[in-house]
Design a protein. Structure first.
Length: 133
């Protein structure tokens, strides 16, 4: 496989450093918080993947495992996010010489997992997800 995980900032709420045991988090029964990339009153713009990556770290967003859990439990994702929104994960993968991050997009009546290139410009109307404190 040409995709190799190189970095994961899967940080439980309230923790201030990278959690090396993020694979051990049990998401069952946990509450999730969905944080918009945009702050109230901000205009939708394109932002660089590197700026987005820094924001993911600051927001303590969950990684690919959290997104997989949400895909398997779509009832946990607010209905309001089904309007052309994407949920951005914090796991960074290297594949084909490019950095990629997992996302969930709403399409065809379901949440679809995809990997997006960090080198691309991103529309700023996505959300991050983290565990509630």
């Amino acid at each position: 496989n040409s995709i190799k995980m190189i970095l994961n900032f899967c940080i439980p709420a309230g923790n201030s450093k990278e959690d090396p045991d993020c694979d051990k988090i049990d998401f069952t029964g946990k509450n999730f918080e969905f944080i918009p990339v945009l702050k109230p009153g901000d205009k939708v713009v394109k932002i660089s993947g590197e700026i987005l990556r820094e924001q993911v770290k600051l927001e303590r967003a969950l990684g690919e495992r959290g997104l997989r859990y949400l895909k398997d439990h779509p009832e946990l994702i607010p209905e309001r996010l089904k309007t052309n929104k994407y949920i951005i994960g914090s796991t960074v993968w290297l594949g084909g010489g490019c950095l990629k991050v997992p996302c969930l997009f709403w399409g065809g009546g379901e949440w679809c997992p995809v990997f997006n290139y960090l080198g691309d410009d991103w529309v700023s109307d996505g959300v991050f997800v983290r565990l509630c404190a």
